[in-house]
Design a protein around this ligand. Structure first.
Ligand SMILES: [Zn+2]
Length: 211
């Protein structure tokens, strides 16, 4: 067992077991299961648990990039409500870049936490005007809109995009904010569940994002 339970919306301590978990701040929660360190073994365990929701990775991963974190929101015997993956690498323009992808059912709040906004779900900006970018998920183009993070007191250190894919929210968070320029219509997100032998060759490691 390499995955540990935490709160999807904050870093406060959690307690519980089975289908009963509580966060000190949020009360009853559906836990987020994350590894202490990203590894192939932990990913294999994660994918066994996270079968009902895709774990999306940018594909192919750019040379030198590593998968730094991943997780699944759900009770251990139940359906997953959300998935998260983070990877990191170096770009010429921005130095170290962190990319996080969240797929989640409405109301989970994991994407909003990564985005650093107080709301649980994206707001009215989704669907307003033409999309800022499209990415391909399982062969389908998914429209994404920039999510305003100006209401938050946290420093403006990230760019956030969100849209809707297969009835769930899809969030993409890039740090630093200038790394948003890396995002373009050529991007493909693949479901780690659909990777075969390529999964073994994925590079894991590096610093997970600080949420
Ligand atoms: Zn919490």
């Amino acid at each position: 067992m390499t995955l540990a339970a935490s709160c999807p919306r904050c870093s406060s301590p959690v307690s519980g077991d089975g289908a009963q978990w509580r966060c000190l701040d949020h009360g009853a929660i559906t836990p987020l299961w994350r590894p202490a360190t990203a590894s192939y073994e932990a990913m294999a365990e994660h994918l066994l648990q996270c079968t009902s929701i895709p774990t999306l990775l940018p594909w192919p991963l750019s040379p030198g990039w590593t998968i730094t974190d991943f997780g699944c929101v759900g009770h251990q015997d139940g359906e997953a409500k959300a998935s998260i993956s983070s990877c990191s690498g170096v770009s010429d323009l921005d130095g170290v870049v962190e990319l996080t992808v969240v797929a989640e059912e409405p109301g989970v709040g994991l994407g909003a936490r990564c985005a650093g906004i107080d709301r649980t779900d994206p707001g009215a900006e989704i669907g307003e005007g033409p999309p800022h970018v499209k990415v391909r998920v399982s062969g389908h183009p998914i429209s994404l809109w920039s999510v305003s993070t100006s209401e938050t007191s946290s420093e403006f250190d990230r760019s956030v995009f969100a849209g809707e894919a297969q009835g769930r929210w899809l969030w993409i968070v890039l740090r630093p904010a200038s790394a948003a320029l890396l995002l373009n219509d050529e991007w493909i997100l693949c479901d780690a569940n659909e990777l075969g032998p390529e999964l073994i060759e994925l590079p894991f490691g590096g610093n997970p994002p600080p949420w």
